[in-house]
Unconditional design. Sequence first.
Length: 146
Amino acid sequence: MIGLLGDPRRYDQHKVQVEGFVTLGFEDSGLQLDESAYRAGLRQGSVWLDQPKWRNTEAARRLHRHYGRVAGTFDASGRGHMGAYSGSLTNVRRIEPILTEADFQKLRRQEMRTVMVQTIFFSGWFLAFVGWMALAVIWVSTRRRA
């Protein structure tokens, strides 16, 4: 999705498959990076979804405001409702759910923990602290023998 928004001319009139936060409402049909971007109203960082003819009301209700994978043809010149979007997906062939908001938040927390652990354990001050503690243990153990 970021590549699509970053270089729209590269993908213009190409078949693409992208993931993001799907909305399928009246005059509110798009694919956003995540739910927070949707709630903040950041439509410039999103892609308009042309309503597929095969979509029924039940499927739209199930997919609306969920994370999903969408396959269609990207149109860099299509700006969606009132020209608010950064492009559009036409000839949508597939829309399928991939994550719920709870799943997404769980993954986000796991990634944040991983980054925090890597930052702490591989940072200079932590390694220096461990080194000094090792030296202190060695010094104390040699002092007891003397």
